[in-house]
Design a protein around this ligand. Structure first.
Ligand SMILES: [Zn+2]
Length: 356
């Protein structure tokens, strides 16, 4: 079930959506953006890497982003007389198009290179920001279950609409949490990237699934669910530390039913996921006395043939390997893509089970 949604437009033509909690007391109409009309930046460039056959976005306008602004000038707090922010009115959860996106605002199909050297095209697609709360401080894991449900409802709504855009191949909702991960705004928020191609990570997954067969995800769940790495199970979802975890903290979660993305959740699955996801995030924050930086990534099936072979999958990872120690991607990982794990996945799972 998607929560009630109000659509608005920002000063430069970008879309803004308000998603209210089920029992929200907020009005059904909202104040318009008071800023002077403006122009949107040019769409970034997409360059083809002939070595890996991957796409690299060159978005130099992103260098000018605001960096960790205080609450009185935060672009994600509701607008005040002295701070005309990106949110013209109060909200529970709000989603708007990114001001300086890595993909879009132009949309369409990308070209593919004949000659792999020096090939560039337009970085079509769309990037959105999902603001979890009007409060400047806080974290999604500590918000009421009802709010987490609204955030999931927003992801569901956006996944469905973004997948319908011409040229969008894959939709990726995610949250970077913590300065250590490179967050430039403290205000609790996530993002949604809509790519004009299948991402490299998903490309590899597709090959693994193809090699194993259609039963890949059922077999994966059967394998992991009978292991000592399970950390949480609900009626509709199961979470575990994967057999070959790369990060000091790494949790994967799958729906038991074969669905391809968040837009396919039933109302009871959405409610179940809200409780389940909140417990996972809270647990990760309880591993150490202070909040843990993490990346929470919703892997969703791209627009491809045999799309139903790919299941929705959540992957939460953190580079934190001690109270004040982070794992950095050094030679083997960054240069070769060959990970060396510092903690046995079974040990991570046991630690997480104690705090979830
Ligand atoms: Zn703020």
């Amino acid at each position: 079930m998607t929560n009630s949604r109000i659509k608005a437009t920002l000063f430069d033509g970008r879309d803004l959506f308000y998603f209210d909690d089920e029992r929200s007391a907020l009005p059904k109409t909202r104040t318009a953006d008071q800023r002077e009309p403006g122009e949107r930046p040019q769409t970034a460039q997409l360059r083809f890497d002939p070595l890996t056959r991957e796409w690299i976005t060159v978005a130099s306008h992103r260098q000018q982003r605001v960096f960790l602004p205080p609450a009185h000038s935060c672009p994600l707090c509701p607008t005040t007389q002295t701070n005309l922010s990106e949110l013209p009115d109060n909200f529970d959860v709000a989603v708007f198009e990114n001001k300086g996106p890595a993909f879009g605002p132009a949309t369409g199909d990308i070209d593919y290179p004949g000659n792999p050297f020096g090939f560039a095209t337009t970085s079509f697609g769309r990037c959105e920001v999902v603001v979890f709360s009007p409060e400047h401080q806080g974290s999604l894991g500590n918000m009421p279950v009802e709010r987490v449900e609204t955030v999931i409802g927003a992801w569901m709504d956006r996944t469905k609409e973004l997948m319908a855009i011409d040229g969008v191949i894959q939709v990726f909702p995610f949250e970077n949490r913590g300065e250590e991960i490179g967050v430039t705004l403290h205000h609790p928020h996530g993002q949604i990237y809509s790519y004009p191609f299948v991402t490299p990570r998903t490309q590899l997954l597709l090959e693994s699934v193809k090699a194993h067969g259609k039963s890949f995800f059922d077999d994966l769940i059967a394998f992991e669910s009978s292991s000592e790495r399970v950390v949480l199970e609900s009626e509709h979802f199961i979470a575990f530390v994967p057999f070959a975890a790369r990060w000091p903290i790494e949790v994967h979660a799958l729906p038991k039913r074969n669905i391809q993305d968040l837009s396919e959740l039933t109302p009871s699955e959405q409610k179940d996921l809200a409780v389940f996801y909140k417990r996972l995030l809270q647990g990760i924050d309880r591993v150490y006395p202070t909040p843990t930086p993490y990346i929470s990534a919703w892997h969703q099936a791209p627009k491809i043939e045999n799309r139903d072979w790919i299941r929705l999958m959540l992957q939460i990872t953190s580079p934190r390997r001690g109270e004040d120690k982070l794992k950095y991607l050094a030679g083997s990982e960054a240069a070769m893509g060959a990970f060396v794990g510092d903690v046995a996945p079974e040990v991570t799972a046991q630690r997480l089970r104690e705090v979830i």
